[in-house]
Design a protein around this ligand. Sequence first.
Ligand code: MOS
Length: 740
Amino acid sequence: MEAVIGKPMDRVDGRAKVTGAARFSTEPPVQGASHGVIVQSTIARGKITAIDSASVERLPGVLGVMTHLNAPKIKPPTPNFMTGGIFAESRLPLSDDQIHHAGQHIAVVVATTLEQAKHAAAMLKVTYAAETPVVSMDDPAAKVVSPPDFFGEKLQDGRGDIEAAFADDNSVIFSATYTTPPGSHNPMEVSNTTAVWEEEKLTVYDSTQWLSGTAAVLAEAFGVPRTNVRVICPYVGGGFGCKGFIWPHTLLAAMAARLTGRPVKLVLSRAQQFTSCGHRPATRQVVSLAATKAGKLTGIRHLVDATGQAVSQYVEPAAMGTSRLVYDVPNVRFTHNVRQVDIASPTFMRAPGEAPGTFALECAMDELAYALEVDPLQLRLANLPREKAPHSGLPWSSYHLDECLTQAAEKFGWAKRDPAVKSMREGRLMIGQGLAVATFPGSKFGGACKVRLFGDGRLLVSTAAHDLGTGAYTAFTQIAAHEMGIAVERVRVEMGDSNLPPGPIAGGSCSTATVSQMIHAAVASLKKKLSQAATSMADSPLKGLKLEEMEMDGEGVRAKGDASRRVTIAEIVTNSGKSAIEADGTAMPGAEMGAYAFHSFGAQFVEVAIDPLDPRVQVRRCVAMFDAGRIVNSKLAYSQLAGGIVWGIGMALTEETHWDHRTGRCTTDNLADYAVAVNADIPKIDVMWTDKPDPHFNPLGVRGIGEIGITGVAAAIGNAVYHATGVRVRDLPIVPGRLV
Ligand code: MOS
């Protein structure tokens, strides 16, 4: 058998996607479905004093108007990350007349057709008692909170003696403030839910990164057994974190279906998407570095302020994900304050924490390199924590950042760079080169899968996991074929249905790391069952052999090294009297998590060109190298990692969600005003990886690759812009106005 792991296999669902055969969650025909349209608050703070539902209820096709006055009562679900689900806000939708942000869902109009529902929703008259909202993090009226931890990790922490590090007269000290604006996930497929009640059974078609979590939240909210709720989502048109936890619209669709006695299909508009499913909050980060004159770091202080919401627990862990662990430095102090504002709740967005955090830390490192007059690459290499993770003291399971930095530098041609600012020109164009470190933890969660081997040799893998468009169906197909020792053509992976064994949330870059371990366990159990069945068959040529004296060869079970003594899969299945031999596999983070630190790192190198007469930053080249464990599929991996870099270019140069400072309304609620990077912004992107299996993380040695790609990119670009122009931009995005 030719090795299948690492091969650039085409997507198994590619044909279905391009022919339209792949059914996303708005597409399955639902008998008698009506349409729900959300009405959102136009004020950002205050309360509703009246809603004129009656006149809208009389409009053609209207089946119901659901507001806080008549909505079915639901219960708050228990947040449980490993086994349950998490509702993204602490306030249940339509639970009272209070308004916490513009765009808050205040009514759902249900009608026979979408047009009728949209028309009626537009006609709904709402009267408010408005108060002045707090919109900016600089508003002194913003309540400041300092949560102690976030998903079990300390937000206000450090090590060593930070005051002493900064008091040392021999140290070179650098300190600056960096800001990153709010950003919005914009998956091609907007969030949507179709809810169908049959008596006390609820079926939901939902675009989600967490089937099991959605099912758990719905069951608890409506007080029905978990087995009564089925969530279906075989394809997702992108998530990036905005479909990770469960947002109000999902509950509202099920509530509206209850209220009207009809299935309700509820699809957010693109504009609504900006205020309904989270965003990356704004940050202000003060980074202070202390170093010896020789360039050895002695202290890092990283103080983060980020916007947040009173009805949300989310904190952008910008320092926790970066300054805590990237460098070998004895004295560290970091804090995270949330400044509560009256805008929609923030949430996880691709590399939450690391994306804004690396902008601050890695720009500061570049500034320190100039202050010390050392090469920015050498400054990194002189401060890497090669032996162990600085924050936990645990040995790295696998650490190869040196290799990423040096090999990417080589490929990029860093040695040819003239370090002086404004030194590289091409005619009128100012050329700059910059680098930054990329970082993302190796995470995995729990989950279960079932494998079935049929008499004809086909293997079916079933799990309620997800393919967000990342290629998970394909990667899992390769993993199952590899574990079973059969051709990929014989494997089929089914996902996207909460009735399947519970898979992990597709978040935190954990899917492949977790699911590969589940498949490994299931196939190991299946092989054992096959061997046992093979020896116990009447007249078996394997009679009396112990498990370790047999092996699988893809077609059957045979005596080790003796193909003449063999029982085929077909014989085993036929003899079983069933259609397939099946086995279950589970994965849970275990003792390894306390024995090693699992982490991915990388190096980002970019070159920019800037025309001083039209100072738009053009990224001309990107070279990146990542150490992210074993790579399962080189084609998909390139797409994930380069895709992350594309996001990083958008973050650096164009993306910014604006809220009107007077009204608190999102003013960039469309893809024209919220400018994502387009083809003209994207150069050739070179991506390399170490492909070193992580020896302790899971059987295959894979860590995730969905998020690390974006980290460090904005800093590398900011550093290159400084090199080109001598202008240090510490506030993203780097739009032309910041360069003149
Ligand atoms: Mo990711 S931001 O954990 O979907």
